[in-house]
Design a protein around this ligand. Structure first.
Ligand code: FE2
Length: 295
């Protein structure tokens, strides 16, 4: 028996600011020209945090997806969604929507009407998770988990809390099912706290810092708010610490999954394995075969 082996840090990626949907600002560590994906993950967007004036909130009106999953996690504010399969719902702070687009949905993702009217703080995360070839054309599926049903855990000293969106941490097991093995953990570390999270060596894994700054990996590389810290695939444990002299908690996402190692051909909201599958997706969308939203 050997003990756990700590992963080193392969790189630290800065987010770029970009406009999405009807014109809302997101911070995006990837994709960008120099870094198009992190198998099996295709995109990470941080919306806000931003204080919106009344009437100022913008969303993403009707648009399609095929071939992957979109995972929406609301931290502040309220969103609402509608889709071509007949689903509609509202996401409140702490809620997660794990949407498996599969063969295709057309949906809208908008700030909730009353929230738009009053304004307020908006903060959310969207992650795109690729589907393996055999799952790209499955029927769409929604897993919509309200905040109260997301498993949480805390260390005995109370210095570390985790919300377990996918996978397992501090003895808590996620309720969301993933198509391939994966972790999606929201950790909060008080000053002086550290974690040693098991991440199987077969996973690609990264941290994204929501607030504060921390020390990552075997050699304690620094990473801060808005940065993505990529762990090398050279160990089975991710070490993260918030220095004792920190003024604020370290709030971060720790995300990892088994790489699919399949060809990725992407065109906007479609992610398939071949060019001809992309052409088919465009044709199916234009011919209404992904459905339409009925209001
Ligand atoms: Fe979408």
């Amino acid at each position: 028996m050997t003990g756990p082996s700590l992963r080193t840090v392969a790189g630290v990626i800065n987010s770029v600011e970009t406009l999405e949907g009807a014109g809302f600002l997101v911070r995006r560590p990837f994709p960008k020209s120099s870094f198009s994906e992190f198998d099996p993950f295709l995109l990470l967007d941080e919306l806000g945090p931003v204080e919106l004036a009344p009437g100022q909130a913008k969303g993403a009106p009707d648009h399609p997806h095929r071939g992957f999953e979109t995972v929406s996690y609301v931290l502040d504010g309220r969103l609402e969604h509608k889709d071509s399969v007949g689903n509609a719902g509202r996401l409140n702070p702490g809620d997660v929507q794990w949407m498996t687009a599969g063969a295709g949905v057309v949906h809208s993702e908008m700030p909730e009407a009353e929230f738009t009217r009053t304004g307020g703080r908006l903060h959310g995360i969207q992650l795109w998770v690729n589907l393996p070839r055999q799952d790209k054309m499955i029927a769409p599926r929604y897993q919509e988990i309200p905040a109260a049903h997301i498993p949480t855990a805390q260390t005995e000293d109370g210095l570390v809390t985790v919300r377990v969106i996918a996978g397992e941490a501090l003895g808590a097991q996620a309720v969301i099912e993933t198509r391939t093995p994966m972790i999606y953990l929201h950790y909060t570390l008080q000053p002086g706290a550290s974690i040693f999270q098991a991440v199987p060596q077969s996973y690609n894994a990264f941290a994204y810092v929501l607030e504060g700054a921390g020390l990552f990996g075997a050699t304690q590389e620094r990473g801060e708010d808005g940065q993505m810290i990529i762990f090398a695939q050279d160990g089975d444990t991710a070490a993260i610490a918030n220095p004792a002299d920190a003024k604020i908690p370290l709030d971060l996402l720790l995300i990892g999954g088994v790489p699919l190692n399949e060809p990725v051909v992407r065109y906007g909201p479609f992610v398939m394995n071949t060019e001809s599958e992309i052409m088919q997706a465009i044709a199916d969308y234009q011919n209404g075969r992904m459905g339409r939203i009925h209001v």
